[in-house]
Design a protein around this ligand. Structure first.
Ligand code: UGA
Length: 441
């Protein structure tokens, strides 16, 4: 890919965002040092071993390592030593008050402040509350260094593609020249570049995620209505989507939105608004609909087992296909499937689950999130003797499961609860199984 002049880039944080950013900038011809405090992670990355499931990432990392344009180092200062542009890509988890916890950003800024080259550019890529660009300036204590905001819009699972083919690049800079310097880094990309002030760039990120979450909550609310009035949500979405002003993108009903971004960013948006005196009731409604959607999916399982409200699921075997928050990733963070599974376990069900990326012996946080779940290595093992089969993640392999075989393996009167509307209800029923989707009357 062609680019402007190669720039010496440092990236602090080699997680989803930092690793993708570093590897893709190296593929655009820049010289990149990607630094992380996790020594084991850095050592793995130096050998080209990628710790996450992300399409195409292994290839761009391998290309960067072999060309010498991508190096991995330990600790934030390494990314800021002899580099021109330093990206902050550290986590901003949800704090106790619902707002973003900025401690990692502040620590990173404090560590790079003393070693930055004169005239360097510091870029905030982490999702941070409005005003954080200035907060980074305050921590850096380097009047000779410009700080700009450059939010990311990468989706897990397609992050490399999204980085190299963005719909837009947003840069927030008080100093226009600093914004233009950063824009040059992206010269190899075919995308419009919007340079604005930092507060607007920071707001764009939250507004984008908030709007997308709103679309999904809207369609999930419509799906609930479809179930009540006897309509079909697939037809409703096709019908409204034909209107150019609406479109069909991001209007797929499901078990509720999850992942590492929407849940925390939607709450942070409510919190930021409240901090500035605005009661963002619409966003609160979007969050409530999402919480309700997860409970609705569990209620479907209860109905499938034929339970009266308030009764436990004791003894019922529930097979769950898919644990990640969406297909194409191994990420369980805020996964609606994990919420459902834990609610089923709490109500006494035996949960047997299969996910192609989680495996049967997860470790660390994943093992913790799935405590009590019987993890198996195939669809058929999961469904054996089960009363209910829940399709929780839209992994393509689940769309072509052998329904006739599954019907022979499951208990009598078994029901499929299809939280992703992945299967054809007619085919499921023809195989002798009950079917309950989302908004499909
Ligand atoms: C999201 C945004 O899409 C990215 O643009 C943004 O950069 C990223 O958050 C971030 O802030 O870093 P991601 O969390 O990877 O990306 O996931 P999405 O593909 O947006 O899906 C989010 C959730 O919505 C998933 O649980 C998914 O299953 C659900 N979803 C999505 C639906 O239920 N229906 C849809 O039509 C689309």
């Amino acid at each position: 890919m062609t680019t402007g002049a190669p720039v010496r880039v440092g990236v602090v944080g080699a997680g989803y965002v930092g690793l993708t950013t570093g590897a893709c900038l190296a593929s655009l011809g820049h010289d990149v040092i990607c630094a992380d405090i996790d020594v084991a992670r850095v050592e793995r990355l130096r050998t080209g071993d990628i710790p996450i499931v992300e399409a195409g990432l292994a290839e761009v990392v391998a290309e960067g390592l072999s060309s010498g344009r991508l190096r991995f180092e330990i600790g934030a200062p390494a990314a800021a030593t002899n580099t021109d542009v330093v990206f902050l890509c550290v986590p901003t988890p949800q704090g106790a008050d619902g707002g973003a916890d900025l401690r990692y950003i502040e620590t990173a800024a404090a560590q790079i402040g003393p070693v930055l080259d004169a005239g360097a550019l510091v870029v905030n890529k982490s999702t941070v509350p409005v005003g954080s660009t200035r907060a980074v300036e305050d921590v850096l204590q380097r009047p000779d260094v410009a700080v700009v905001s450059n939010p990311e819009f990468l989706r897990e699972g397609t992050a490399v593609y999204d980085f190299l083919h963005p719909d837009r690049v947003v840069i927030g800079a008080d100093d226009r020249a600093a914004g233009e310097r950063l824009a040059e880094l992206y010269a190899g990309l075919d995308a419009p570049i919007l340079i604005t002030d930092p507060a607007s760039a920071e707001t764009i990120k939250y507004a984008a995620n908030g709007f997308l979450a709103m679309k999904i909550s809207f369609v999930n609310a419509i799906a609930a209505m479809c179930e009540a009035v006897g309509a079909n949500v697939d037809d409703v979405v096709e019908g409204i989507g034909a209107d150019n002003r609406i479109g069909t993108a991001f209007l797929k009903p499901g078990p509720g939105w999850g992942g590492s971004c929407f849940p925390k960013d939607s709450r942070a948006l409510v919190k930021i608004a409240a901090d500035y005196g605005y009661d963002f009731t619409m966003m609160k409604g979007v969050i409530d609909v999402n919480d309700e959607q997860k409970r609705r999916m569990v209620a479907k399982v209860r109905r499938a087992v034929g339970l009266a409200p308030g009764r436990g699921l004791g003894g019922a075997v529930v097979a769950v296909l898919g644990l990640t928050f969406k297909a194409g990733t191994d990420d369980l963070r805020d996964s609606p499937s994990v919420t459902m599974v834990n609610s089923l376990l709490a109500s006494g069900a035996t949960v047997r689950a299969y996910d192609p990326t989680v495996g049967v012996e997860p470790v660390d946080d994943k093992a913790e999130a799935l405590r009590g779940v019987e993890l198996v290595g195939s669809v058929n093992e999961a469904v054996k003797g089960a009363r209910v089969l829940v399709i929780a993640t839209e992994w393509p392999e689940f769309a072509s499961i052998d329904l006739a075989e599954i019907a022979t393996l499951m208990a009598a009167d078994a029901v499929v609860v299809d939280t992703r509307n992945l299967l054809d209800p007619v085919a499921v029923r023809a195989a002798g199984l009950g079917y309950d989707g989302v908004g499909r009357s």
